[in-house]
Write a protein that binds this ligand. Sequence first.
Ligand SMILES: [Zn+2]
Length: 243
Amino acid sequence: MSAEVQTLLGPFGAAQARKEAQDAQCAICTRMIPSSGEANIVVTRSDDPAEGLQVYFTHPTCAPSTVTTLATGSPRNPAGDDMRMTALPAPAHGRRLPILVAELACPVFVAPNEHAELTGVLSPYLQEHGFGLASDTTTPPPPAAEGWAAVLAEDPAGAQAEEIGVLSIADAQGTDFFIGTIHTPPTWRRTALERGTVALYVGPARLDPTDPDTAAQCRQLQHAALGGHLLAATVPLLDYAAL
Ligand SMILES: [Zn+2]
């Protein structure tokens, strides 16, 4: 971490950034940064101090650890808003909901000003929309703001229709939160559509959407929740074919 970045983040923010960089994805090449490897921490700030700082992570070979200033109105997130979505079955016990987990392809953190605590770039938006901190994935999350909905459609190509679907999630204003293909575990689609609601977790859980070992992925999710990394809400799930 460059001295300039270290000074801007302060000792607490710098320690937090070092921790978040472990197993994060590089904002330049999108490959994983191994927890045993080195990461560079890059900070961007706008000309407008009210917009605060954005913090992201790269391999040392992909970008230097620097503080860059972006003019107001220019794109602020170099990694874009790409997300990956993992579907996991409802936990085995109790009246639990099928699970969706949304992760930014490259985690970006924000701080309101220098020497402030870093939070996930989506956190303020999600908290305004009814999402709460998920400290335990075995209890159902609070409902999202009215109007949020997830819609599941069959894979248009028709191949592997049970395991590949197209998912869109829109917020209360009708803005797309996510739209893309999703790999669903066996029977997930039918079970989730029958239930009509899902627990949507958002945060760096570091899951693999195609890993057939969903029990291991659920443990990984619980680990991220215990670490305070996830926000969650319950969202209605609709079948596109029934709309
Ligand atoms: Zn890289």
